[in-house]
Design a protein around this ligand. Structure first.
Ligand SMILES: [Zn+2]
Ligand SMILES: [Zn+2]
Length: 308
């Protein structure tokens, strides 16, 4: 048998066999995010912020690797969810295991040294909280109802919840999940996408929405609004002079936008890191009167954002 060398065009997925889901790589997701943040930080207007976010990502990776085993939906439940198009780890419906509090404490201990005075105070408040108070903050993050919550503490809660949900989805594996009734939210946890990513390699040119909570990516065709599914009047804006690796995909029908990242322009783009490094694009969209349709959980502000 002679070996055949495959040409790029031959290894693309044939129509009909597009992988619907891409789960994050458990061993790498947060470590690669930290590396990307450190790559983007030097000389950036938000250098110190990006470096602190890198420290959080490192702490998230360590917390994920050390995560204890927690209750997960059994095969009967998973099959039922697949059959009825429901997300088995619903961000708002899933009974959270307190194991995520340990992840939070680990992250807090690891990043405290490098935190700004305001963040350090928020971390001290978190350390003093009991489980019930932490669950209340988790409810705020996962419901998008932030009014009255301790805003400075929420990014750390979000970091720990990301670790918990990433632990659950990567433990179950891609086979556990299938398409759900609503195309605009994560098939694993029903959280909204934070951004979308156009891939290279075996998924060349395919666009995936990236879950803000568990990091799962699910396929959606391109030039389609990820919020209202309109395919008309979709536009693309970018920061003048930028590489074009990050654009805002805008929709006139629902006056919203979501960032879209192109790996062929920069194969190292990361859904969270590159989002944080392109806040100028969000300001530009705000000036155009367009609302961001999915959250970055590290950029929680006083106004409530779309519900995960
Ligand atoms: Zn998800
Ligand atoms: Zn729309």
């Amino acid at each position: 048998m002679s070996a055949t060398i495959l040409q790029p065009g031959q290894i693309e997925a044939p129509a009909g066999s597009i992988p619907f889901l891409r789960l994050p790589e458990r061993d790498e997701i947060f470590r690669e995010r930290a590396a990307r943040l450190r790559q983007l930080a030097p000389g950036h207007a938000l250098q110190d912020f990006l470096l602190f976010m890198a420290a959080i990502a490192d702490a998230q990776q360590a917390a994920l690797m050390a995560f204890s085993s927690v209750p997960l939906p059994d095969e009967i439940r998973l099959a039922l969810c697949r059959e009825h198009g429901m997300p088995p780890l619903s961000a708002q419906g899933w009974q959270r295991d307190p194991a995520w509090h340990n992840a939070l404490r680990k992250i807090a201990a690891q990043v405290k040294e490098n935190a700004t005075p305001a963040s350090r105070e928020a971390l001290s408040r978190l350390e003093a909280m009991d489980g019930a108070a932490l669950e209340k903050l988790a409810d705020a993050v996962l419901s998008g109802q932030y009014s009255g919550a301790d805003l400075a503490a929420l990014p750390f809660i979000a970091a720990a919840l990301q670790v918990y949900w990433t632990h659950m989805t990567t433990t179950l594996g891609a086979k556990a999940f299938d398409r759900i009734a609503v195309a605009q939210v994560c098939p694993a946890c029903a959280a909204p996408p934070s951004v979308s990513v156009v891939h290279i390699g075996s998924s060349e040119g395919l666009r995936y929405l990236n879950c803000a909570l568990c990091g799962t990516q699910w396929h959606m065709v391109r030039i389609k609004c990820s919020n209202c599914e309109s395919t008309k009047d979709i536009g693309y804006d970018m920061i003048e002079g930028a590489s074009g690796a990050v654009k805002a995909e805008t929709c006139d029908a629902c006056a919203s936008y979501l960032k879209i990242m192109y790996m062929d322009k920069d194969h190292q783009v990361d859904p969270v890191a590159d989002d944080l490094a392109t806040l100028t694009l969000d300001l530009m969209m705000d000036e155009q009167g367009k609302l961001r349709s999915g959250p970055n959980l590290f950029l929680i502000t006083d106004s409530d954002t779309p519900t995960p």
